[in-house]
Ligand binder design. Structure first.
Ligand SMILES: *Cc1c(COP(=O)(O)O)cnc(C)c1O
Length: 502
């Protein structure tokens, strides 16, 4: 770094005031099209940044002159940034299908269409068109859920299953517990007192609902007799919580659903299950074991089941409560329901998602489609990306090696770091607190870059537009295309090619 001749206080004096900047012609023009407030704010940000750079010794006299010459475009860029959306699309290359931080389930195309049709206009959200009377918003998903949850393979069906929709599954659990057990006791196994994603803890939600927790059994073993012994005149509910995000293995025992159902029936106490991930189909057909569906739960004798709309169901964020009509009706009548209900966008998205299940159009549901992708399909796409990145760079650079046809490529040019791409075996996971032990075999693009740490490489991928969010493992950046839409492969190629130019 060159020595600056001008002292720091001297450099600060070179900085124009906000007012002076606003009066330069370029910035004044900007203000006339974007408004003075927006541009003034941007000018403040840019000047503050320059002050910081002086303070940290990044700017000497010449660098500052250069920066001041370009201040108009720096402010314009800042205005553009301030006016662009904060919520934006990213490419999920982590291979976690239901990534809570990345918005969980991407919606069915028809859901977006249905939102577009109904949300930008008036709708019959709570209006019966035939009678012209006030209606209920529940009806829009009720009829589809009755079909999906009501039809048993034997023709017998869970008697008149009803469903209501709230903001998320945490809200569903809160509403159910408050309605069914406020002031009373809820019996739950110690092995099921779970925390999900850091903010949903069964005991905390229980406390807010006004119900008192009666913990039974031990972390690894709870027998039906433990539940039975805990029942007293204050008991309002037996609760089972699906251990969504962990497994207890080894010396374990859990009361079976049949035992719980029989006990609940014998004592006249409702049985509720917090399923978390609400699969509406048998996921074994999608390569996922050990994840009970909503139907399994209802057929198993549960009176009320709560589940998320944006986990295995693959729809919008929502919490669904399905079960005995009389119990669900009580929840609907609870004033909390009014506070937790969902809006028209959610109903539109949920209705379209459920319709895809009714018509068995499973490939239209992105999360289910991702689950079904085979390792071979993913491997082919990964190979194609490695190949295309390699070939493109080889035009401009002499050195390129391919160790194994289509699976390994190294790109290099004389001035830059060298990007190595390999295609290796790995696992994708479901995520979102679902099916903790289910892994889906996949193929990964493994990236390393000479002269660049894996974290730095991952940060550069995130700096792209759209940002690519990858996994970093053992000094490698891993891209799993299972969660990347095929039409995004092109963007990955473009992003990786940039490393050849740096
Ligand atoms: C995910 C989950 C929740 C919380 O659901 P949200 O829809 O995120 O509010 C509650 N219980 C279980 C068992 C879960 O898996």
């Amino acid at each position: 770094m060159s020595l600056s001749k001008v002292s720091k206080p001297g450099l600060y004096r070179e900085l124009p005031s906000v007012d002076e900047v606003m009066h330069t012609s370029a910035v004044a023009t900007l203000a006339s099209s974007h408004g003075a407030t927006t541009v003034t704010d941007a000018a403040r940000v840019v000047l503050a940044r320059l002050r910081e750079e002086i303070a940290s010794g990044l700017l000497d006299e010449n660098a500052l002159k250069l920066a001041l010459a370009g201040i108009g475009s720096a402010i314009e860029e800042q205005v553009r940034r301030a006016m662009s959306y904060s919520l934006r699309q990213v490419i999920n290359a982590r291979g976690v299908i239901l990534h809570t931080n990345l918005g969980r389930a991407p919606l069915v195309e028809a859901a977006i269409e249905h939102i577009r049709e109904t949300a930008g206009a008036y709708s019959n959200l709570e209006f019966e068109i035939a009678s012209g009377e006030r209606g209920k918003r529940d009806v829009h998903v009720q009829r589809l859920l009755e079909r999906l949850l009501g039809v048993g393979s034997t023709g017998e069906e869970p008697a008149s299953t009803r469903t209501i929709v709230v903001n998320n599954n945490a809200a569903a659990v809160l509403l159910a517990l408050n309605t069914l057990a406020d002031g009373g006791e809820v019996v739950v196994s110690r092995g099921e007192l779970v925390e999900i994603g850091g903010s949903f803890r069964v005991p905390d939600v229980m406390a807010k609902s006004g119900a008192v927790l009666r913990e039974v059994g031990t972390t690894n073993r709870t027998r039906i007799g433990d539940y039975e012994n805990a029942i007293n005149e204050k008991t309002r509910l037996l609760l089972r919580v699906h251990r969504s995000n962990f497994e207890i293995t080894g010396f374990t025992e859990q009361a079976s659903m049949a035992e719980l159902r029989d006990l609940a029936a014998k004592r006249g106490i409702p049985l509720m299950e917090d399923l978390g991930s609400g699969a509406l189909v048998d996921l074994r057909n999608f390569g996922v074991e050990g994840e009970p569906s909503v139907i399994d739960s209802l057929r198993g004798g549960v009176d009320v089941v709560t589940y998320s709309g944006d986990k295995l169901l693959g729809g919008p964020q929502a919490g669904l409560i399905s079960g005995r009509a009389d119990l669900v009706a009580r929840m609907r009548a609870n004033s909390l329901f009014r506070a937790l209900r969902v809006d028209k966008l959610t109903y539109a998205a949920l209705e379209a998602t459920l319709l895809a299940y009714v018509t068995r159009d499973y490939d239209a549901i992105p999360t289910l489609k991702m689950m079904r992708l085979t390792k071979e399909e993913i491997g082919r796409r990964a190979g194609a990306i490695a190949e295309r990145v390699g070939i493109e760079i080889s035009h401009s650079t002499p050195q390129r090696t391919r160790r194994e046809a289509g699976t390994t490529a190294a790109v290099e040019n004389d001035s830059s770091a060298k990007l190595q791409i390999e295609v290796i075996d790995g696992d994708s996971v479901i995520g979102g607190g679902a099916a903790p032990s289910a892994v889906l075999p996949t193929r990964l693009l493994a990236l390393t870059c000479e002269g660049l740490g894996a974290d730095e490489l991952a940060a550069r991928l995130r700096a792209g537009d759209p940002p690519i969010v990858a996994r970093v493992e053992e000094g490698c950046v891993l891209l799993d295309l299972r969660t990347v839409f095929a039409e995004q492969d092109e963007m990955i190629v473009a992003s990786l090619r940039l490393f050849g130019d740096k």
